[in-house]
Design a protein around this ligand. Structure first.
Ligand code: F6P
Length: 309
């Protein structure tokens, strides 16, 4: 997100605007937490995780009274154009805000590690989250192989399995459990048996937190009785995936989209989320961006099973 903030501020200055930062998301907009941002305010943040503007979930912004206060903040500071960064909730909020106050101009940047927004091939943060999970699994493999264990690794993804699937492919996991597909324990046991027969020394299963099997502890309970050959260990990566220096891919994505959002606002665009689709910057209306996301790639899903031979 910092890379996006830097690009927005510097592009805005380049085009002759006076950019301001709103702290703590919609909550800060309601509370009037607005500060001008200069080129030096965004120095040295490209390589930093998190967001200098901080973030937060806002219950108040879901009410008409909250949105009225937010609008008043914008009026007080003479702000006409707004760029919001976030996931599904952020885009929904922006859409409702615009419906009530159509004189505003709002564009969105897709910021979520889950990669579950329609209208972009990648969301800001996804690549970093996947790389962190892959690095963690590379480390776990050492113990798994040395001790002959099965590791169940839970990654984030409340409603979407993109992080889990991409992590599984990149780390050569034996299986992956994601919310978009039904979990078949018989099939998992068959894969584990196949590995056991050919004297595999270790196995890794990646579990998305939102899978209907209910987290790594439940999956461990299911597998313990059915596959007693390996000792099982569970690891929940949790918020570790949401911190640390962003990858170059994320920095470039955030920089391109941030700068392009300013340019589009300058040209009069509003009511849409920016995305990168097959290398092209695109605009998708908030209503479409929030409604759905494409399912994880079926070929990748199939490959996890085939290549775990
Ligand atoms: O929506 C993004 C996400 O990272 C989900 O994958 C995860 O379930 C959730 O955020 C965690 O949210 P919180 O930080 O509020 O626990």
């Amino acid at each position: 997100m910092n890379a996006a903030i830097r690009a927005v501020v510097r592009m805005a200055l380049y085009l002759g605007y006076e950019p301001v930062g709103i702290f703590r998301g919609y909550e800060g907009l309601i509370a009037g937490e607005v500060q001008p941002l200069t080129a030096s305010d965004v120095s040295g943040i490209l390589q930093r995780g998190g967001t200098i503007l901080r973030s937060g979930r806002s219950a108040a912004f879901r009410t008409p009274e909250g949105r009225k206060k937010a609008y008043q903040t914008l009026q007080t500071h003479h702000i006409q154009r707004l760029i919001v960064i976030g996931g599904d909730g952020t885009a929904r909020g922006a859409q409702t805000f615009l419906e009530e106050y159509p004189d505003l101009q709002i564009l969105g940047l897709p910021g979520t590690i889950d990669n579950d927004l329609y209208g972009t091939d990648l969301t800001i943060g996804f690549d970093t989250a996947v790389n962190i999970a892959v690095e963690a699994i590379d480390r776990l493999r050492d113990t798994a192989a040395a001790m002959g264990r099965l590791f169940l690794v839970e990654v984030m993804g409340r409603d979407a399995g993109f992080i889990a699937l991409h992590t599984a492919v990149a780390s050569g996991a034996e299986a992956v459990l994601i919310p978009e597909t039904p979990t078949d324990f018989d099939a998992i046991v068959r894969v584990l048996e196949r590995g056991w027969q050919r004297q595999k020394t270790s196995s890794i299963i990646v579990v998305a937190e939102g899978d209907e099997a209910g987290g790594v502890l439940n999956v461990a309970r299911q597998l313990e009785s059915r596959f007693p050959h390996y000792e099982i260990r569970t690891v929940v990566l949790g918020h570790i995936q949401r911190g640390g220096a962003p990858t170059a891919t994320d920095r470039i994505l955030a920089t391109q989209l941030g700068a392009a959002a300013v340019q589009y606002l300058h040209e009069g665009a509003s009511g849409a989320m920016l995305g990168l689709v097959q290398g092209q910057i695109t605009l998708t209306p908030f209503s479409k961006a929030t409604k759905s996301h494409a399912p994880p790639h079926p070929f990748l899903l199939r490959l996890v099973e085939i290549l775990s031979l």
